[in-house]
Design a protein around this ligand. Structure first.
Ligand code: NAP
Length: 290
């Protein structure tokens, strides 16, 4: 970490509540150091009641840009001067650029999903995929798949099926993609859906530390060889879901690459420089291993 900051040091950060478990300060400060940029990234714990005032403060202090996390990603869009196309369709902003007092909102989770899945584009296009979850992360996943990967069918699976149905209707309307099917998350009834999916994505928090033994399905026969299973959860990187899928021969992708790539896009917007993603990824892996 840099040991001196001065008048020219540019400030970036993260607004959320709570934020104490975020890896973003580590990711960005390591990247600033690797690139020898005179920037710093600080976490700001801001409850909803203070969000609007905090944004005014960000402008007043000339902060270059910041990330937004739970619970403000949706709520913050109303305070933006401009919202990008993807953030507008997804309905959530995770990155803000302060352009001389004008706040521009973006959603860089799209870049995280895109960079993680792009090596498998041919396998995904024209095939069935399953997405478990119907929250903010699922929205970024659905947008990216429809926009860049063109699957033949998207199964939207959620504990509360009504939320999946609402999400389906939303995307049919917004993106004119009509090939959704919705299901309740009840693993014994989903074996065939999962087995027939070329790609399965967990976009829920199931399996996240400290509930690391939990999984969206513990049924080994949900998975097959040649399948791709992507878990957005990044702590732990190797989730119970990925362990089970891997034991059946599936290719497994953890949430860390997405985390680093969504950060890389924010970094680029704030600094105009590319983040050294491989080195940052390795640093993060070492940090998590302890
Ligand atoms: P969210 O908006 O709170 O959505 C949570 C989703 O998880 C809902 O679909 C919810 O189902 C489901 N869920 C929660 N607990 C469950 C349980 N016990 N059993 C079954 N389903 C459950 O959260 P989010 O922002 O979408 O984030 C989801 C996950 O993605 C988190 O783990 C987050 O850390 C991760 N994420 C990772 C990255 C990355 O860069 N790797 C980026 C963004 C998010 P109901 O609708 O039934 O409540």
């Amino acid at each position: 970490m840099k040991d001196s900051y001065h008048l020219n040091t540019k400030l970036t950060g993260l607004i959320g509540h709570p934020i104490k478990h975020s890896y973003s300060p580590l990711i960005h400060n390591v990247a600033f150091q690797l690139k020898e940029l005179d920037y710093i990234f600080l976490p700001f714990d801001v409850p909803t009641v203070n969000l609007k005032t905090a944004l005014k403060g960000m402008i007043a202090l000339g902060i270059k840009g910041f990330n937004i996390t739970i619970p403000h990603k949706e709520n913050i869009t109303q305070y933006m001067n401009n919202v990008s196309e993807e953030a507008s369709i997804i309905g959530a902003v995770n990155t803000v650029v302060n352009d001389l007092g004008k706040l521009n909102g973006y959603n860089t989770d799209v870049n995280g999903v895109y960079e993680t899945l792009i090596p498998f584009k041919e396998e995904i296009s024209g095939n069935e995929v399953s997405i478990v979850g119907a929250g903010g992360a699922a929205r970024a996943v659905i947008y990216t798949l429809i926009r860049y990967f063109k699957p033949s069918t998207i199964y939207l699976i959620n504990r509360t099926e009504q939320r999946a149905e609402t999400l389906k209707n939303y995307f049919v309307d917004k993106m004119k993609y009509n090939y959704f099917k919705t299901r309740e998350l009840f693993p014994p009834d989903l074996i065939d859906v999962f087995r027939n999916s070329k790609l399965i994505i967990n976009a829920t928090s199931v399996g996240m530390f400290p509930e690391s033994d939990d999984t969206i399905t513990s049924l080994n026969n949900s998975f097959t060889k040649g399948q791709i299973v992507f878990d957005l959860v990044y702590n732990p990187p190797l989730t119970q879901l990925l362990k089970t899928a891997s034991s059946e021969g599936a290719t497994v992708l953890d949430g860390l690459k997405m985390l680093v790539h969504q950060a890389a896009k924010s970094f680029e917007m704030w600094t105009g420089e590319e983040m050294p993603v491989e080195e940052v990824h390795k640093t993060l892996q070492l940090y998590i291993k302890g």
